[in-house]
Design a protein around this ligand. Structure first.
Ligand SMILES: *Cc1c(COP(=O)(O)O)cnc(C)c1O
Length: 378
């Protein structure tokens, strides 16, 4: 559906229900055909106003610690799997109470807390995160299996004493990757750890599966999961974050000023640093609706944010006509890993959160202001 963005108050993230449901239906297909269970990684997408829709398709959430676990328990009907690089004494009891599965990062942490966790919640399932020491992750900052990684237990650090406690094993080694990368990780994982699979209830393949991206080999994924389940007689979990929110909506901004300083500059009422952080961290260039590469169309502008950081720049974009103050700028695919990472840096207003309903109605779910900036400072 083509939406009208003229009346949108900016900056605003708009998640389109129809696009989100399209992704969810693909996950449903994968679950039905492969028998895998798919849970949402809240780290990448935590717009809980959409959970009544998401929970119809996905089996639960994966949480990185207490706060995400609380959100999952409060707003999502389904399993709560909680992992943390390290759990803390002050939080472990509450985590044990509200989690269906707890995933320890190291044997130390598992031995420290497993009895306490099982006393509090006798039904909780216990898992250990493994580092298969193989990854084709494109970037070091997103590579959990890189050298000196703190994420997961290597074979050398594995302690067979954990075997009497664990129901499953987890790994997370991918980032925006296709199924060939999963197969390579699985080879390494099985070679090192399959001797410990006996008696396990599940293996969790982590996230980073770019299932909803065009060109992802969904049928091959289904085969890989089916083969794995048949070979080891375990449940398989996937826990994508990015792929859930992938291409489900936009960040809409407004042009506040334009001028020429060797190049045409346009200042927008948003920020790459505060509102699109992965464009700087990954980095990547967000697409802008109706634009071309620099120089491709007649009028090229460098888009910058409304903060005092010199590097707060989205990139160079060209248009058929000169931009006017007040024009809307629509950044594509700005729903995953954006608002979950937002900051109020420089006091800039957080973008509102809105949903385009399937009937075409725009619901602004949340608007932010000065109080949100003030409340996280003292
Ligand atoms: C980040 C993360 C995920 C989700 O990764 P995506 O790339 O967003 O799919 C899943 N599991 C763990 C343990 C993670 O850290």
């Amino acid at each position: 559906m083509m939406h009208n963005f003229d009346a949108v108050e900016t900056p605003c993230y708009i998640c389109e229900e129809e696009l989100l449901e399209k992704n969810l239906k693909l996950f449903e297909y994968v679950q039905n055909k492969s028998g895998a269970k798919i849970i949402l990684a809240l780290k990448g997408f935590a717009m809980w106003s959409t959970f009544p829709l998401v929970e119809k398709y996905l089996k639960g959430c994966t949480a990185s610690g207490l706060h995400e676990a609380l959100l999952a328990r409060q707003y999502f009907k389904g399993e709560v799997h909680t992992y943390s690089p390290a759990f803390k004494d002050e939080e472990i009891d509450e985590i044990a109470t509200i989690s269906d599965d707890i995933v320890f990062n190291s044997p130390n942490q598992l031995f420290k807390y497993v009895e306490r966790v099982k006393d509090i919640n006798p039904n909780i399932k216990i898992s250990l995160r493994i580092n298969p020491e193989y990854s084709a992750s494109p970037k070091d900052i997103y590579n959990p299996c890189g050298i000196y990684s703190r994420l997961g237990t290597t074979l050398a650090n594995f302690d067979e004493g954990v075997l009497k406690y664990i129901d499953g094993l987890n790994f997370h080694a991918l980032c925006e990757q296709n199924v060939d990368a999963l197969e390579a990780v699985l080879d390494a994982f099985e070679e090192k750890f399959s001797k410990y699979f006996k008696g396990l209830k599940y293996i969790n393949f982590g996230g980073g599966h770019h299932i909803t991206k065009e060109g992802y080999d969904v049928e091959r994924l289904i085969e890989v999961i089916q083969n794995f389940k048949a070979k080891y007689d375990v449940d398989v979990y996937l826990e994508p974050g990015e792929a859930v929110g992938w291409q489900t909506g936009t960040l809409v901004a407004t042009v506040l000023d334009t001028f020429h300083n060797g190049i045409n500059v346009a200042i927008l009422d948003t920020s790459a640093e505060a509102h699109m952080p992965d464009t700087l961290a990954m980095p990547y260039r967000a697409m802008v609706r109706g634009s071309g590469e620099a120089g491709e169309k007649d009028y090229t502008y460098r888009f910058g944010g409304n903060t005092c950081l010199a590097g707060d720049i989205m990139g160079d974009y060209s248009f058929d006509a000169p931009l006017q103050v007040g024009d809307k700028v629509i950044f594509e695919d700005q729903i995953h890993y954006t608002f979950v990472k937002n900051t109020t840096f420089n006091g800039i207003k957080l973008p509102s959160l809105a949903i385009y309903r399937k009937n075409g109605k725009l619901d602004v779910i949340k608007d932010f202001g000065y109080e949100d900036y003030k409340n996280r400072l003292s």
